[in-house]
Structures are given as structure tokens and as C-alpha cells.
Design a protein around this ligand. Structure first.
Ligand SMILES: Cc1cc2nc3c(=O)[nH]c(=O)nc-3n(C[C@H](O)[C@H](O)[C@H](O)COP(=O)(O)OP(=O)(O)OC[C@H]3O[C@@H](n4cnc5c(N)ncnc54)[C@H](O)[C@@H]3O)c2cc1C
Length: 464
């Protein structure tokens, strides 16, 4: 947030009770894209966005800036569940979303350093190279061509991303590097220009679905949903929950997603000599084919912004600001970065450390939907792939609310319901065991040169 072009002064909070047509809870990408597309399609609707902190306070203001076509479920897993055509349609919709974000941000004058340089996923061990080949094979089986995903040999991979020990890579053009906070802050302003009211520093305490008015019922139950906040009550025909990793803090939502932390760091701007060696000339986002995800981008001002998972899950799905920093994880990230790019200076200056919660559903399957009976909509469970996906969700929710019969509302993630996570202490044991399995699997593969069977088993347990 420190490099955005506004001073982050909070907008006014809700001041008493109000009535609107649509009330969105959460001013991250999901809530704001929903408000944006809805206001664009139906300019006369009264739309309010209610945010506990300030717009972009959540993951949307602090992510790795991969606006990608990634979806946490593989295309084969989606095909097994929803059929081949539906799986391919969802993947194609995700690809188109990257261009949609580029087009809308340009049209709205949102300067978010958007650069569509694609993603390079390096293979740095023979096991990772085999995984890269399998990814290509799976892509071809579903009709994705060289224009979607291709294998790079060691020379081309190293030319694009000069990390140590690169044996090859997969490359997809379907990703743009963005500045996350500039996107979300600019989007909030674009939404306001379309007449939406954003209430900040207004914490929602409860979302009460609308109840049907029974004929002749003297108690007069209300045909609107009610959003109860610490600053008043918003009544709305439709309520959208867009709270992602913070969802467990709402009543009776503790088991909807597990808030798993992803942590990041940023270097000071690096010299031209470093970039001459490392490349990333088109600001390709980069990662490798290990299990416990790492991710990076070259920022518009020539820093490396780099992150990874591995921070512990906190008992009872706790979400607290102090969890955004973890000295051990940040030290491990710095070590990994130095190992990837040995030409980084020994006295490398790390200017920022931060992190935030991802929303991980029990089956790792994101979803979007609107319950017509209760008037409550939702989107999320993106795991770590929410930058692009939230735009697709916003467009989809706008169509669902407006009653438009579009291709978007027929995509297979619409209306999907993930099972709830187990109660504690099982959830704590399971999520942290999973994180440990992935870390151990990477070490095992580096040691043995063979694919880890426990990682495969774990991934099957998740249905991936
Ligand atoms: C460190 C990190 C790196 C990531 N990197 C990437 C990446 O490179 N690419 C990618 O695709 N995804 C990435 N992600 C995930 C991505 O950022 C999220 O999936 C996405 O931003 C989710 O957007 P959202 O609007 O649904 O949720 P959020 O941005 O989290 O917004 C939810 C909002 O709801 C508000 N809220 C919560 N509870 C209440 C309440 N009771 N009342 C009112 N408001 C409330 C919060 O304050 C918050 O502003 C990353 C996430 C993290 C944490």
C-alpha cells in the first residue's frame, strides 16, 4: 500500500440505518468488481459496499500481483467433476479475464502497472522437468495449444528468467503482472464514479438473509436481507458476501474457508546490471514446479516482489494482523530468493515484509453464486489465485443479480458448494500437516530425484 497514489484516508463510515438495492460486504477485488459491473449494467440500482477497514485492506491490496488465468483445480479435476466441455469453458473464461482486466483498467484510467508478459514456471530438478512435461501433456489433452502453454528448453528458459540451475520451463502468455494495491484503490474510485457508495471502517457483524413475507403474517417479516454493522443496519434485496480469507470471522462461517497465510517480501530497486543477467524483460511472473508454492514478479520500478506459502495455519481459523509477518518464513523466502538468483548482492536490501490470508475451501474449489431464495450471493475460495478470478466472479455476480442469462452464469463453478472444513482440532491438524507434507515433499524430491508419493497422495485427498 505504501506505493499507491492516494493517501489512504478512510472514506466515511455508515452513519445509521439505510436501504439499498444491493449491499456488498467487503471492498476487495470481488466486492468492487461486483459493484462495478452491476453499476455499469444497471446504473439506477442503489449499491453500497461495506468495508471493515479501508478498500483494499485485505488480500487484494497486498498480493503477488499475478493477474493470471490460474484456477486452483486442474482442468482434469474439473472435467472429472463437471464434464470436459464445462472444464474447458471455465479455463477459457479465465484466460479471457486477464485481457478483460487489462481493457477495463485502461478504459477507467486505473494505472496498476499492468504488463501482460505471461508466466514462466521453471523446472530446476529432473522431477520438476517431468512435472512440466506432464502439464504440457494435460493441456494438449484438453485442446490447449502452444499458444496457451509451451515447454521451453534450458537455454530459452534461462534467457527469459536467468535463475540458477534451470533445466527447462513451461511458459504461458495468460498472465499479467500488476501492482495489487494500485488496482484495488483505483477500482474503488472507478466504482464511486459510477454512483456506488463505499462505507469504510464499518464492520459487518451479521448477514441476515431475507425471509419470505407470508400472506397475512402479522409479524411482518422483511422481504429484504439485513446487514448488521457496528455503525447501523443496511437493508437490501440482495447481499453479496465478498470476505474471502476473513469469512471465518463472521458468525456461523468459521468452517467455510481456512485462512492460510501467504507471505511476501520486496527488495529495493535492483540495478540494470542485475536485470541484464536475469531478464524478465517483459515482466514475466515467475515460479517453479515445486510443491509448496513460491511466486515472484519484477515490479514496474525494478524490484523483486517475492512470496510463498508455508506460514502456519492458526487454530480456530484465527485471522490477526500479527500473523502477516513471520520471521522464520520471511527468512526462508529470502534464502530461496538468494538461491534462485545468486547474483543478488550479499547486502540485498529488503524494503518490505508483509502477508495476508488466502481463503482455502475444503475441496480447493472456488465458487460464485446467488441463492435466489435468500437473496444472498457470494464468491471466493480462490486459494491463492484470486486476482483474475475475482474479476470473473464480479462479472458473474452482476449477471446473476441482474438476471442475465449469459455464458458466465453457466460456467461450472457457479452455484458450487464446497463442504465445510472439519471442526477443531482436526482442521488445525489437517491443514498444518498438509503444509508440512508439501515442504517435506520438495526436500524428498531434491534428495531422491524421484516424485514424492506423499505429495501425490495428499493432492488426491484434496481432489486435485
Ligand atoms: C500475500 C498474498 C499473495 C497473493 N498473491 C496472489 C497472486 O499473485 N495472484 C492471485 O491471483 N492471487 C493472489 N493472492 C490471492 C488474492 O489476493 C485474493 O484471492 C483476492 O485478492 C481476494 O479478493 P477478495 O476481494 O475476495 O478478498 P479480500 O481482498 O481479502 O477482501 C475482503 C475484504 O472484506 C473485508 N471484510 C472482512 N470481514 C468483514 C466484515 N465483517 N465487515 C466488513 N468488511 C469485512 C476485509 O477487510 C477485506 O477488505 C494472494 C494473497 C495473498 C495474501
Amino acid at each position: 500500500m505504501s506505493s499507491v497514489d492516494d493517501d489512504l484516508t478512510p472514506r466515511p463510515a455508515l452513519d445509521g440505518d439505510t436501504d439499498v438495492d444491493v449491499c456488498v460486504v467487503g471492498a476487495g477485488y470481488t466486492g468492487l468488481w461486483t459493484a462495478y459491473y452491476l453499476a455499469r449494467a444497471r446504473p439506477t440500482l442503489r449499491i453500497a459496499v461495506v468495508e471493515a477497514e479501508i478498500a483494499g485492506y485485505g488480500a487484494s491490496g497486498r498480493n503477488g500481483g499475478w493477474c493470471s488465468a490460474l484456477f486452483p483445480q486442474s482442468v482434469s479435476a474439473l472435467a472429472r467433476r463437471h464434464g470436459r466441455a464445462a472444464a474447458v469453458a471455465l479455463y477459457r473464461a479465465m484466460q479471457a479475464t486477464v485481457d478483460e482486466v487489462g481493457a477495463v483498467t485502461a478504459a477507467e484510467g486505473i494505472d496498476c502497472d499492468f504488463a501482460k508478459g505471461g508466466t514462466i514456471t521453471m523446472a530446476r530438478t529432473p522431477v520438476q522437468l517431468e512435472r512440466a512435461r506432464l502439464d504440457i501433456q494435460e493441456a494438449r489433452e484438453y485442446g490447449f495449444t502452444e499458444d496457451d502453454l509451451r515447454l521451453l528448453d534450458a537455454e530459452e528458459a534461462a534467457r527469459r528468467c536467468g535463475a540458477a540451475g534451470v533445466l527447462g520451463a513451461t511458459y504461458t502468455p495468460h498472465c499479467a503482472a500488476i501492482h495489487p494495491a494500485k488496482l484495488v484503490r483505483g477500482l474503488a474510485r472507478a466504482v464511486e464514479r459510477r454512483g456506488v457508495t463505499i462505507y469504510e471502517r464499518t464492520r459487518v457483524q451479521e448477514i441476515r438473509p431475507r425471509t419470505t413475507v407470508r400472506q397475512g403474517d402479522p409479524t411482518g417479516t422483511h422481504p429484504n436481507g439485513t446487514v448488521v454493522t457496528d455503525r447501523g443496519t443496511v437493508r437490501a434485496a440482495t447481499v453479496v458476501r465478498a470476505t474471502e480469507g476473513y469469512t471465518p470471522t463472521l458468525p456461523s462461517m468459521r468452517r467455510v474457508v481456512a485462512p492460510v497465510y501467504s507471505l511476501m517480501l520486496s527488495t529495493a530497486p535492483l540495478p540494470a546490471s542485475f536485470w541484464a543477467e536475469v531478464g524478465l524483460a517483459r515482466r514475466e511472473t515467475f515460479t517453479d514446479h515445486r510443491h509448496l508454492i513460491i511466486y515472484g514478479q519484477r515490479t514496474a520500478d525494478d524490484r523483486l516482489a517475492f512470496g510463498g506459502r508455508g506460514a502456519p495455519y492458526h487454530f480456530r481459523s484465527a485471522v490477526r494482523p500479527e500473523f502477516d509477518r513471520d520471521a522464520a518464513v520471511h527468512a526462508a523466502l529470502r534464502e530461496t530468493l538468494a538461491e534462485l538468483f545468486p547474483s543478488l548482492p550479499d547486502d540485498l536490501e529488503i524494503t518490505h515484509h508483509w502477508g495476508g490470508p488466502l481463503g482455502v475451501p475444503r475441496d480447493w474449489h472456488p465458487s460464485v453464486g446467488l441463492d435466489q431464495r435468500t437473496g444472498v450471493g457470494w464468491a471466493g475460495g480462490y486459494v491463492g489465485d484470486g486476482v483474475g478470478t475475482a474479476n470473473l466472479a464480479g462479472r458473474t455476480l452482476a449477471d446473476l443479480i441482474a438476471g442475465a442469462d449469459s455464458e458466465l452464469v453457466r460456467l461450472p463453478w457457479v452455484g458450487h458448494r464446497s463442504p465445510r472444513w472439519e471442526p477443531e482440532p482436526l482442521r488445525w491438524l489437517g491443514v498444518n500437516a498438509g503444509l508440512r507434507v508439501m515442504t517435506a515433499a520438495d526436500a524428498e524430491e531434491a534428495r531422491t530425484g524421484r516424485p514424492s508419493r506423499r505429495a501425490a497422495l495428499f493432492s488426491r485427498l484434496l481432489g486435485g
